[in-house]
Each structure stands twice: as structure tokens, then as C-alpha cells.
Design a protein around this ligand. Sequence first.
Ligand code: XMP
Length: 537
Amino acid sequence: MATGATMKPNQPKPKSELGGVVVLDFGGQYTQLIARRIREQQVFSAILPCTASIEEIRKFEPAGLVLSGGPSSVYDIDAPKCDSGILALRIPVLGICYGMQWITHALGGKVEKAERREYGRAHLKVSRGPGSPESALFAGVPESLRIWNSHGDHVREVPTGFHATGHTDNAIAALEDPQRKIYAVQFHVEVNHTECGTDLLRNFLFRVCSAERKWSGAAFIEETTGAIRTKVGHNRAICALSGGVDSTVAAVLVHRALGDRLTNIFVNTGMLRKNEFADTLEMLRDRLGLRVIGVDASDRFLNKLVGVTDPEQKRKIIGREFIAVFAEEAQKLQTGEAQGEIAWLVQGTLYPDVIESVSVKGPSATIKTHHNVGGLPENMPFALIEPLRDLFKDEVRRIGRDLGLPDEILLKHPFPGPGLAVRLLGEITREHLLTLQEADAIVVEEIRRAGLYSKVWQAFAVLLPVRSVGVMGDYRTYGLTVAVRVVESDDAMTADWVRLPGEVLECISTRIVNEVRGVTRVVYDISSKPPSTIEWE
Ligand code: XMP
């Protein structure tokens, strides 16, 4: 049996990951955005903590290095640092914000607290005066640019061998040593508010680093399936499918490599949306051709949740039960008739999940225990296959599209692992679950009908155990309350409530009160995140 080691760290890098750019993270809020902007240019990028060794960096055979921004000052006692040897590798470097300050400091220039800190918009004047050779970084861009800043320190003296190539009213905003191919900017090229930011990044990638555009969906699929085939050999793999985008794309990719040697397990926790168990099973089996075992464990989950009202308790019980059901099914398969040992477990882990654990800042405080169905413990007797470990969510969608997955799956709203349990406040009863499923189905239907489903991040109903007085057909009612939540977001870190047209709200409200027994009041949730969260529990 294979060991519990994951497939990734210390493996040689796949070919499409070589020759890209390594982004060294100083803890800046835009580090992931930098990596993503580079990939948008079809150049692979990997984020490593700034403390990565030269050996780790070299494994990627990078065409260039980018040093990210960060919240510190280079003079802080615990200021993050790279190995300064990276500046002598003869690999082109671009420092951004703190990255520029660190380069300056490391090479003997001077950084100091700014008299006037620069946050937000500023104007950059590109220096191309006599004696100042044209900068490869600024080639083809106007001499005056609107830029986006976020810094309290700035460069006072450039290191030997460097010259300034851009200034704001207050400070040196760009410098370079073209001989050593070390470039630095004080502003954020990766944010949309910086005019020509993409041109500058492109100049760095293609004029300075001569990077090749070889990061594509097709190359990724071909390489990944080939690598999985070689690894798994004659053995078999299993996958916990939730029907969401990540686990489905992962399963379809592995299915492409292994065919029916991949068995998927889809558990009905009883907390799924209306008709979701049957519809998803049909989609996975009949339309995508996956081999899926559907396990209806609703009763088991519901029984464990009797009398439980605390949100964290609900999450923990569901997480624990899910693992138990999955382990039992895996055991049955292992001792079944099929040829080959089940040695591998497929998970739809994405790059942001991986990065969270290597960031110099460390993981942020736990607000909620996000039990992700499919997020199984590593001590299971399987080695992991995590084919999406290097991808961002939008890249996963693109790969999914290349694999022929329908929009129904690719554009599906995120759904929490504990499902409706975190949208049904108070104790979970069968009756209340049915009520919530009905109300939720109406919300989704009306949002679709209004053409808004793919434009919003999530749209759902929440059932509140709050009764209020109403009147229906001359009779007094005393029914439950449904809250409707529709939010827009880019990454679920922040979110805002959607200003739905009055007619859509009216339709949702009327239909819920008329069609869902026991509900007599509908309210619309107008809280943003922060300070609220997207889910209610
Ligand atoms: P919050 O409520 O923290 O949610 O603003 C952010 C995003 O994460 C989803 N979410 C979960 N996903 N397991 C998951 O797999 C969970 O326990 C969980 N809780 C929240 C939520 O739907 C939103 O997209």
C-alpha cells in the first residue's frame, strides 16, 4: 500500500512549470494577483515564501523572479528577507513595492520613512532624459502614467550600478540595473488601477526575461494525465465528489487518465439542495461518464444532529460523519472484486489553499471551520493526487471547459461542505430542511430567470427559527422567516449584497410565501462581508 505522502512537494517539476517566473512572497496582499497576472500571459508562475532556498527556486528553472510587496519596513527587526544570493543568479528580477525596498537595502542603497506616505493613486513620470538609456521595462508606454501605490517607506539613494527610471512628486518610483537585469518599481503593476500595468509586466516577461508562452490548458491536461497514468500504474484511485466545480474537474481529469480505475463517491448528507443528489448523480454518471457510487446517508447525518444548535458543533459532526461514511465505502471497494489496489485519493485542492499554508504571514485566524467535502484527513492510507494544486479558480474553470464540462457545473455557485446545515439556524429537523430546500429552490430559480445567476457569486435562502405574526385570507398566521442572501464577490474574502431589482425581490417573496408552507415572512439580507460573512453560520 502507498504511504500517506502527497504527490507534490519534492517531485521533479512538470515541463510546463519550467521556465516560468517564481514570485517570492514578502507577505503582500497582492502576491496572488501578481502570480495570476503572469499566468494570464501564458507564463507559468509559482509563489514561494521569501525564505525559499536558492535550490528550491532553481527547481523551477525560472526565466525571472518577482519580489512581492509586503507590510513591513526593511529596517524592522523581523523584516522578511530573501537570500541575497538570488540577486547574483543572473536571473532577471523585478521588485515590486517592498520588493524594491528590499533590493535597494540589500545592495547598499538607502530606504527611509517617507515624509508623505503614498497610498492609492499617484502620477509617475518616466525618466528618459539625455544620458538615460531607454528602459526595457518602460518600452512603448507613455511618459506619464496613473499608478497605484501603497507604501510608507521609499528609496532615498539607489544602489551602485542602478539609476532611477521613474519618479512621483514625492519619491523615486522605479529603478533598474539593466546590466544585471534587476528592475524595481515602487507601485503595483498588478492592479487594474495602474495604467499600462500589464504592459510593464509583459515587458518584464518577454523583453527582459525572454519567457516563453507555454502555459496553456491543453498542455496542462496532456501533461497531468500522463503524469497520473505513470504514477498510478495498475493501481486504482478514489475521489470524494461533491458535484462542485473543483472536485468535478479533478475527477474528470483523473478519469481521463485512468478511466474506470477511478471510482468516485458522492455522499448525500441530507443537507443538499432540492433534488441535488439525484440530479448530480445523473450528471456525473450519464453525462460525464464517471463511475460514481452514490451513498444516501441522510438519516445517519440527521440522527447525529438531533438537538444540536451550535454552528461549530454542526460543522464538526458533519465533517466527522462524512469521513466515516467515506472510509467505509473505500473499505468496501478495497475488499471488492475489482483488480488493482486502491492506493490513491483524488482531491480538488486549489492553489490558494496551498499558498495559505506557505505564506510568510501564516494562516489567518479561524472564523469558521471550513469543512470542505473532499477535504479528507491526510492520515488515510492513500497517497494524494491533487491535479489542480497549481491552479486558480478561474483556471480550473478554463481547464473544465477544455475537458468538455457543461456550464451547469462550471458556473455553479459555491456550496459549503456542511450544506444547508449552516443555512438553517437552530436545530436541524427534517421538516425545516424541506422548508429550506423549497425556499432555496425558488430563490435560485428566480435569480436564473432574471438572468443573474452567472453574474452573482452566490444566491440562496436561509431559514430563521423566528416566528412572526401575519395575516393570510383573513386568518392570523404565526410562521417562520426566510432570509434571502444574494452576494457579489471575487474570491469570497470580501462580498457585497447585490442590489436586486425590486421586481425580482417581489417575485421571490411572493412565491416563497405562497408556495412554501409555514413561511409567512421574507427578508433580504443587506449586510456586506466584512463585517458579516456570506453564510449565516
Ligand atoms: P463565509 O461564510 O466564511 O464563506 O463568508 C466564504 C465562502 O466559503 C463558503 N463556505 C464554506 N465552504 N465549507 C466549504 O466548503 C464550509 O464549511 C464553508 N463555509 C462557508 C461559502 O459558501 C462562501 O462561498
